[in-house]
Design a protein around this ligand. Structure first.
Ligand code: SF4
Ligand SMILES: [Zn+2]
Length: 129
């Protein structure tokens, strides 16, 4: 599953381009994590994760596409805004906690970048005037 086509229908409603290196990397990482999670816990179809996982993935992609920090996006865990719905945030965190260590052997480059991105603090908000 590639980030390019899958989220095409969401793109028109997004503020950020998911083609930027930072955001596309984050999107690919989340996709890979959901693929691992779904393969181990659900019954994914030939086209990728199951419907419930796809719904969560679409939600995460939409949040990413509308993140007010854009390319300067911090780690969501360090974000003062927390734009996710609480129950969705908890579910995505559960998937990430489970998939994080497994990514190191399956997708090491993305895993390392994810660890580094996970240390990013939110940039200072510019003051008006
Ligand atoms: S939680 Fe914060 S960093 Fe993550 S997508 Fe939402 S606004 Fe952006
Ligand atoms: Zn699933």
């Amino acid at each position: 599953m590639r980030g390019g086509g899958r989220f095409a229908t969401l793109r028109g409603r997004m503020k950020n381009s998911l083609a930027s290196p930072r955001l596309s990397r984050e999107l690919r990482t989340i996709e890979k994590m959901f693929e691992l999670w779904c393969a181990a816990h659900h019954a994914p179809g030939a086209g990728g994760p199951c419907g419930a996982c796809r719904e969560l993935l679409d939600y995460a992609a939409a949040r990413l596409g509308n993140c007010p920090y854009g390319d300067e996006k911090p780690a969501c865990a360090k974000c003062p805004i927390h734009c996710y719905k609480p129950e969705t945030r908890e579910k995505v965190r559960e998937v990430m906690r489970w998939a994080g260590p497994r990514m190191l052997t399956r997708h090491p480059w993305l895993a390392v970048r994810h660890l580094l991105d996970g240390r990013r603090e939110a940039p200072e908000r510019k003051k008006k005037g």
